[in-house]
Ligand binder design. Structure first.
Ligand SMILES: Nc1ncnc2c1ncn2[C@@H]1O[C@H](COP(=O)(O)OP(=O)(O)OP(=O)(O)O)[C@@H](O)[C@H]1O
Length: 293
C-alpha cells in the first residue's frame, strides 16, 4: 500500500533533518533458531506520530529495542537521523543517543531514586551541568508533563500508575530529544488517564517538534493522535498508512483489528462493512509465534 495521504498535522522537518528520521531496511532478528522478523522494512517520517501495532508476541518491543541497539540484528541496516548506526564510532554513537528519549513500558524508573533524581539521570550521563541548573531543569520537565512540582521529591513507590508514566516521560524528555520512543504508554491507565496521556503526547509533539514512535494496542490512541500506523504481521511490517486507509487494507489481522468488535466503534455506521472480508480470528493470533519459517 502506498502512503497516499500526508498527515495534516505533521510539521515540516527542520532544515538539515532528513525526511525519514528512522529507516529500517531488510532487518532480520532471531533468538536462537526462532525468527522474530525477516527482511523487515520500516520508515518513520520526521515530525510524525507513528503508531506501531501487531498481535501479541509478534515483536513490537523487540523491534523498538533493535532500533535502540539493545537487541542485535543478524542482517540489515538501521539509519537514525540519516546515519547508519553500524558505521558510527563510539563518540558519534553517544552523540546520536542524546537525540532520542525512551519511555519503556511501566515507566522503568529507578526505584531507589526520587523523581527529581530519575529525571536527572540522563543529564548526569550526558552533560556536565551544575546541581542548581539540573534542579531547575527537572522542575521544568515536571511542568512539561503535567506533574506538580511537589512530585520531585517523591519516590516512585509513592506515585500512581499515571504519575509513573508521566515521570518516565519527564525523564525521557530530560535532555531535549528530537525523537521519542514510547512503549505502551496508555496500558494500565483508566480511559480518562489514557486520553489525557494521548493529549500530552500530541501537545509535546506540536510544541517541541518531536517525532514519536509509539508501540500501542490502544485503538483510541491510534485514531486520535497517530498520523500513521505501521502494522507488524507475518514477521514483517505489512503496511504503514493512515488509519482510514488501513481500514481498506486486505489482510485478515488488519481487518479484524480495525473492523472487529472493538475497532468498529470508531467507524461511521455506514462504512462498517465496506471492505470487510475477514475471518473471525486474526491470523497473527492464530499463527504460533514461535514458528520458524
Ligand atoms: N531476549 C529474548 N530472548 C528470546 N526470545 C525473546 C526475547 N525477547 C523477546 N523474545 C520473544 O520475541 C517475541 C516477540 O516479543 P515482543 O516482546 O517483541 O512482542 P510484542 O509484540 O511486543 O508483544 P506484546 O504486545 O505482548 O507486548 C516473543 O515470542 C518473545 O518471547
Amino acid at each position: 500500500m502506498n502512503d497516499v495521504s500526508e498527515p495534516a498535522r505533521r510539521p515540516p522537518p527542520k532544515s538539515g533533518t532528513p525526511e525519514n528520521i528512522i529507516e529500517v531496511h531488510d532487518v532480520t532478528v532471531s533468538f536462537g533458531n526462532f525468527n522474530v522478523f525477516k527482511h523487515l522494512d520500516l520508515e518513520v517520517r520526521t515530525g510524525e506520530i507513528l503508531g506501531f501495532v501487531g498481535g501479541s508476541g509478534t515483536g513490537k518491543s523487540v523491534l523498538m529495542r533493535t532500533i535502540l541497539d539493545l537487541v542485535s540484528k543478524q542482517e540489515g541496516t538501521i539509519r537514525l537521523f540519516g546515519q547508519d548506526v553500524d558505521e558510527l564510532d563510539p563518540v558519534a554513537r553517544q552523540r546520536l543517543n542524546r537525540r532520542y528519549g525512551v519511555l519503556f513500558q511501566m515507566g522503568a524508573l529507578f526505584s531507589s531514586l526520587t523523581v527529581r533524581e530519575n529525571i536527572q539521570v540522563p543529564m548526569r550521563e550526558n552533560y556536565s551541568v551544575n546541581r542548581k541548573l539540573m534542579d531547575e531543569l527537572a522542575l521544568l520537565k515536571l511542568d512539561m508533563v503535567g506533574l506538580p512540582r511537589s512530585a520531585a521529591d517523591k519516590m516512585p513507590s509513592e506515585l500512581s500508575g499515571g504519575m509513573i508514566k508521566r515521570a518516565g516521560l519527564a525523564r525521557a524528555l530530560s535532555i531535549d530529544p528530537e525523537l521519542l520512543f514510547v512503549d505502551e504508554p496508555t496500558s494500565g491507565l483508566d480511559p480518562i488517564g489514557a486520553a489525557s496521556f494521548d493529549d500530552l503526547i500530541a501537545r509535546l509533539r506540536d510544541t517541541l517538534g518531536l517525532t514519536v514512535y509509539m508501540v500501542t494496542h490502544d485503538l483510541d490512541s491510534l485514531h486520535t493522535v497517530c498520523d500513521r500506523v505501521a502494522v507488524l504481521a507475518d514477521k514483517k511490517v505489512i503496511a504503514t498508512d493512515t488509519v482510514s486507509n488501513l481500514l481498506d487494507f486486505d489482510h485478515p489481522w488488519v481487518q479484524e483489528y480495525f473492523r472487529g468488535e472493538r475497532g468498529r466503534r470508531f467507524i461511521p455506521s455506514g462504512e462498517q462493512n465496506a471492505t470487510q472480508s475477514t475471518p473471525s480470528a486474526p491470523s497473527g493470533a492464530s499463527a504460533p509465534p514461535n514458528e520458524l519459517d
